[in-house]
Design a binder for this molecule. Structure first.
Ligand code: PLP
Length: 431
């Protein structure tokens, strides 16, 4: 069930008409549905439960670590934390957000190829669950920082299983030529090296092969490779307590049909259980996931108001008040977002390119859409909940949009609109 639907010709978020929200909070405006967030998280949680993987079960249970970079608003993190979510972070800033949102740092895993010393110290101070280490120099630095802090850092090595996720090159991360993780062939040597360090405790293994995957076959292929590696590690006396298969399940932007989360997790747990029972019966091996887009992507829209219509000889443009600085995905990866009118009109539709006010030809939000619109009308850019606001910038000295979380018939302002003075408040004139 979609949590964004038309009632009497007006697009609603849950029980609230989007035109009323734009009137109250202004435009452009990100609007999220709490029910959608909850339903998307529950698809993971329910599948774990169905497979007999409760949080601290004897088999090791399961932990869903929401990928904070997909949408890091405190209110979003708070909703997910209350549902029992852990968090996958990629910076010290994201850890501080999780804590500010009431999330549990002991359910935090720290990914990323470039962790700084300060970030490591901060994460150690908060006793996070695990560092997902992406290189040998990183594990040596972490050993040093942990030693100085008088701690042992729990680590997992991000291995690169060299499977093709068959997605956009910018969001494919599991191939050899990629900057992420340790090559599969080098993983054993890296683990031996890490296991010998005094302030490092090897606890897990992880991978993340890409994003917006519609099929789970590459994920299951990656799982098989991870399992193979665990067997090799165990035979050398390096015990693995969790396996983390990353995020990556895609969502429907247009007509894509991603594998349902429950089906994917069902197949994954069946393989994991068969293997665990055969080789490590009685041992707990936790299974972890790092979903982002599939939790929050379809739980949000970006509202924008039509400013001008330009009817040209070869093209019509709808100039709107949102731009590439608000939603970068089209400019960055030629991503496709659905465009829906908030209030339906009976007039004839024309074909428009929906573009923003930013001074770049790459500043477009949608190409060639049939729309019946007039200046002043509102449009909703659909499926904008993931990698929307978190990628927003202040290019052209544009304040970032406000964000609203809808819960039934209540709307909560969860981030105020930035005003121009905020944008240069940290600057000063030289001399
Ligand atoms: C971005 C990212 C994710 C989330 O990916 P989605 O496709 O949004 O599910 C998970 N793990 C890591 C390491 C990431 O960088």
């Amino acid at each position: 069930m979609s949590h964004f639907s038309y009632r009497d010709g007006v697009l609603h978020a849950e029980n609230l008409p989007l035109n009323a929200l734009a009137k109250q909070f202004g435009s452009p405006l990100y609007v999220y549905s709490k029910a959608a967030l909850t339903a998307n998280f529950s698809a993971y949680a329910d599948a774990c439960k169905k497979a007999g993987r409760t949080e601290n079960g004897d088999n090791g249970g399961a932990l869903i670590c929401y990928s904070v970079k997909s949408n890091s608003n405190l209110a979003v993190l708070n909703v997910l934390g209350k549902l029992g979510s852990g968090f996958d972070i990629v910076s010290g800033g994201e850890l501080l957000r999780v804590i500010a949102a009431g999330g549990d740092p002991r359910k935090v895993i720290f990914s990323g190829v470039g962790k700084g010393r300060d970030e490591m110290r901060l994460a150690l101070q908060h006793d996070i669950l695990c560092f997902n280490v992406e290189s040998i120099p990183e594990v040596h630095r972490l050993n040093e920082v942990a030693g100085e802090a008088g701690k042992r850092a729990r680590i997992s090595l991000r291995v690169n299983p060299n499977v093709d996720a068959k997605t956009h090159p910018y969001i494919s991360t599991g191939l050899k030529e990629n900057k992420f993780g340790v090559a599969y062939e080098d993983a054993l040597a890296c683990y031996r090296d890490a296991a010998a360090l005094p302030n490092i405790e090897v606890v897990g293994i992880d991978c993340h092969i890409g994003s917006q995957l519609l099929d789970d076959a590459p994920l299951l292929e990656a799982l098989d490779k991870v399992i193979e590696l665990i067997d090799q590690l165990e035979s050398e006396g390096i015990a693995i307590h969790h396996l983390d298969i990353g995020g990556g399940i895609g969502i429907t932007y247009d007509d894509e049909q991603p594998v349902p989360v429950g089906d994917y997790l069902g197949r994954l747990f069946a393989r994991v259980e068969a293997w665990r029972k055969e080789k490590y019966a009685g041992r707990a091996i936790k299974v972890m996931f790092e979903p982002g887009r599939s939790i929050v992507g379809n739980a949000g829209v970006l509202l924008t108001e039509v400013q001008y219509l330009k009817h040209g000889e070869t093209k019509n443009f709808a100039v709107v008040d949102a731009a590439m600085n608000d939603l970068m995905r089209p400019a960055l990866y030629e991503a496709w977002h659905g465009v829906q009118v908030v209030q339906q009109r009976q007039d004839a539709a024309r074909t428009y390119d929906v573009v923003g006010p930013v001074c770049e030809s790459g500043d477009w939000l949608a190409h060639s859409r049939e729309l019946a619109i007039e200046p002043g009308d509102l449009l909703a850019l659909m499926s904008a909940g993931a990698y929307g606001m978190t990628m927003a910038s202040n290019y052209n000295t544009r304040g970032r949009a406000a964000e609203v979380l809808v819960d039934g018939d209540k709307a909560h302002l969860i981030r105020k609109r930035e005003n121009p003075a905020d944008l240069f408040a940290l600057e000063s004139i030289a001399g």
